[in-house]
Design a protein around this ligand. Structure first.
Ligand SMILES: NC(=O)c1ccc[n+]([C@@H]2O[C@H](COP(=O)([O-])OP(=O)(O)OC[C@H]3O[C@@H](n4cnc5c(N)ncnc54)[C@H](O)[C@@H]3O)[C@@H](O)[C@H]2O)c1
Length: 455
């Protein structure tokens, strides 16, 4: 018997709404996108065409969308970080279930309002904590829940953010100001994983923070304001925008490091041939060299060489990373958490890793688990103290940038909507990671240990 197609509207047809979640919902026999709110004309038209949404169901803002009677089961709220609470509350008031991008809110009060509204309306609000559904963390959670490690004593987790990812998102990008703290914006995923694996609410939180290195005082002498203006340090500066966006060097370097997949030769070939293909007389051939994925999708909707070079000359993406001036996201932050069941967790986020990756270890009375998630690859090793044996699992390659978590996250919400049952994670569950982040920010600012009561 075929299942009912779940319908959805997208609020914010940007990178996440239109490129990540839209296509995962809009599948025959699974779901259909039937409406859009997006102020950018080009993005709105492109998403309408992609999902075959009629023009009268496409509006510029969420206000206009939610002023109308409910037109779908789900609202995908994928607007920017400061714009999550209001559309979510309006969507719930109209009776939508919500797929909500993280962070759910920028303060505790915003989270509380969403949780209370979701519970009062008896609607699912699934916050996009995609890593719970990644191969690595889903398997790690199963191992812990099975009791194979005995009683869990401690968790160590590191989010190693690549130097260029940091420069892209947290120095040149929209999230360069710490009024949306990087710990909340980026690492609420990790704090969520800690709380989920610990299996208890947080009780005490402490945190330390190191300010950014990317300041004008540290800029190499004589560096111009834009990397494309003939910077004398281009050959040695890791943050050179031309190398990052026009030549895609860090992306190709990362590809080359996938040892298990033997991608070194592929990366070398792309590096050699891409400049040649970019000069081809036919536009159809030149397009083969275009990279239509993040981080270039953030820089220019048009991926041609000319458009990218123009963006580097005219937009913030071409600015010298040392001289942006109004960026204050930290170079590193540590967070220690004592959970109500005694589990101790320590988390490090930092901004200067050779490649973006997460490392985790969980130690219990009877065993240890160690895992890594980087780029396309992830693995987990589980050891038994008594027998001395270690079992290693190499997980399938994933290309969603989130360890394969995006598909299962969406599927779980669609299942819950179809079945009329609560989704596996609630808004209240997601609130816990945010509470830890708010407490950590207070701890780092005031130099105190912050105690949390039950929410
Ligand atoms: N879960 C994850 O792992 C993950 C990964 C990346 C980003 N994110 C989060 O996803 C969110 C969106 O990020 P993005 O990269 O897609 O941003 P984006 O800027 O590409 O998209 C946001 C869109 O919202 C639109 N918008 C602005 N005002 C609006 C309004 N009033 N009504 C409707 N639409 C409006 C913008 O025009 C834009 O197109 C952010 O909060 C980000 O932190 C989550």
């Amino acid at each position: 018997m075929s299942q009912r197609e779940v319908t959805a509207v997208i609020v914010g047809a940007g990178e996440r709404g239109a490129n990540a979640y839209g296509p995962r919902i809009h599948r025959p026999g699974v779901g259909r996108i039937v409406g859009l709110a997006e102020p950018d004309d080009g993005r709105r038209r492109a998403a309408a065409a992609r999902f075959a949404v009629s023009s009268d169901a496409c509006v510029p803002t969420w206000d206009e969308l939610f002023a109308r009677p409910r037109m779908a089961d789900v609202a995908v709220v994928a607007t920017g970080d400061t714009q999550h609470v209001e559309p979510t509350l309006l969507a719930l008031a109209r009776g939508y279930h919500v797929l909500l991008e993280k962070p759910m809110a920028l303060d505790d009060d915003g989270c509380r309002r969403i949780v209370e509204a979701a519970e009062a309306a008896q609607r699912n609000v699934v916050v996009c904590h995609v890593y719970r559904h990644s191969h690595l963390f889903a398997a790690l959670h199963r191992v812990v829940a099975s009791g194979a490690l005995g009683r869990v004593l401690s968790i160590q987790l590191a989010e190693n953010v690549a130097y260029w990812h940091y420069a892209h998102s947290y120095v040149r990008g929209l999230t360069r100001r710490s009024r949306v703290p990087m710990l909340l914006q980026k690492s609420c995923h990790d704090l969520d994983l800690l709380a989920w694996i610990a299996g208890a609410p947080a009780r005490t939180v402490t945190s330390l923070l190191r300010p950014t290195e990317l300041t004008a005082a540290n800029a190499p002498p004589g560096a111009p304001e834009r990397c494309s203006d003939g910077c004398p340090h281009a050959a040695t500066c890791p943050y050179d925008a031309v190398a990052l966006y026009a030549r895609l060097e860090p992306v190709l370097n990362d590809l080359a490091r996938h040892d298990r997949l033997a991608l070194r030769a592929l990366a070398a070939t792309v590096r050699r041939l891409r400049p040649v293909v970019q000069q081809a007389p036919l536009a159809s051939i030149r397009r083969l060299a275009e990279w239509r994925r993040w981080p270039l999708t953030a820089v220019s909707d048009d991926a041609s060489v000319a458009a990218v070079e123009n963006a580097l000359r005219t937009t913030r993406w071409g600015r010298c990373a040392w001289q942006v001036g109004d960026n204050d996201q930290p170079a590193a932050q540590t967070v220690d958490v004592a959970f109500a069941n005694g589990v101790l967790a320590s988390f490090t986020m930092h901004s200067s890793a050779d490649r973006s990756m997460r490392r985790v270890r969980v130690d219990g009375t009877h065993g240890s688990a160690v895992g890594e998630l980087a780029g396309l690859e992830q693995w987990l090793e589980v050891s038994d103290h008594k027998t001395g044996t270690t079992r290693r699992t190499d997980f399938p390659v994933t290309t969603d940038g989130h360890g394969g978590g995006e598909g299962p996250l969406v599927d779980e919400l669609l299942r819950a909507v179809r079945d009329g049952t609560p989704a596996a994670t609630s808004a209240r569950d997601a609130w816990e990671s945010h509470r830890i982040a708010f407490a950590a920010m207070r701890s780092a600012a005031d130099g105190i240990a912050v105690r949390l009561d039950a929410a």
